[in-house]
Design a protein around this ligand. Structure first.
Ligand SMILES: N[C@@H](CCC(=O)N[C@@H](CS)C(=O)NCC(=O)O)C(=O)O
Length: 213
């Protein structure tokens, strides 16, 4: 199995966490997003969506979209499960994962920030406002959901789920970009707990072969 990834990519980080929790090894292929490698002809021939992560399984089948990849891993390696079996809890887990994956990440993705800077000529300050605004909107909703349903060491109880796979990288991005995360105590409690766990540590950006400080 191969994983095309970039150390600082939060979507790749989601998949790295899932792989580490399931104890599945994947050969790491670094795609330098800062250098624009994701837009090269060679890479687009693999992944037409020109992003990471991209997984190639042991049969040579390629697959994009972090949540689809995690779903595939869940089917191939069911233990430990990343989705609860109980229908409502499963749906709530996906609700939180999708809140991050669909409502926060896409509007703050690199290609969107490049468009704001290059096509709309927004200043650095305006770009930062944009980034912080959408992160705050999303994390406020995530916090409200955690407080409403109750959380344990993880978003949903005492075992990690796909919601934690999404939440930890998103918070890590917030920390890296100096966003104020104090309004989200539940989110931060889960984040700090996860940071102590070997699988999450193994998946962290600074543990990846392409890491650059
Ligand atoms: N929805 C996709 C998003 C993939 C994606 O765009 N990843 C970012 C990195 S976090 C990327 O490769 N961005 C490159 C760009 O915007 O040019 C997923 O969940 O995998």
């Amino acid at each position: 199995m191969h994983l095309y990834s970039f150390f600082n990519s939060s979507t790749s980080y989601r998949v790295r966490i899932a792989l580490a929790i399931k104890g599945v090894k994947a050969d790491y292929k670094g795609i330098d997003l800062r250098a624009g490698e994701q837009r090269s002809e060679d890479y687009r021939a693999l992944n037409p969506a020109a992003g990471v992560p991209w997984l190639v399984d042991d049969q040579g089948n390629g697959l994009g979209q972090s949540l689809a990849i995690i779903d595939y891993l869940e089917a191939l390696y069911p233990e430990p499960p990343l989705l609860p079996a109980e229908p409502l809890l499963r749906a709530r887990t996906l609700e939180l994962a999708n809140l991050i994956a669909c409502d926060i990440h896409p509007v703050n993705n690199l290609r969107v920030r490049k468009y704001l800077a290059n096509e709309l000529a927004l200043s650095e300050e305006q770009q930062e406002r944009w980034y912080r605004y959408w992160l705050a909107e999303g994390l406020a909703a995530a916090e409200a959901l955690l407080q409403r349903h109750g959380f344990g060491d993880y978003c949903f109880g005492d075992t990690p789920t796909v919601a934690d796979c999404c939440l930890v990288p998103q918070v890590a991005n917030g920390i890296r970009t100096n966003c104020d995360l104090t309004p989200y105590p539940g989110v931060m409690a889960v984040y700090h707990h996860c940071q102590q766990q070997p699988a999450f540590q193994q998946a962290a950006p600074d543990q990846q072969p392409d890491y650059k400080p």
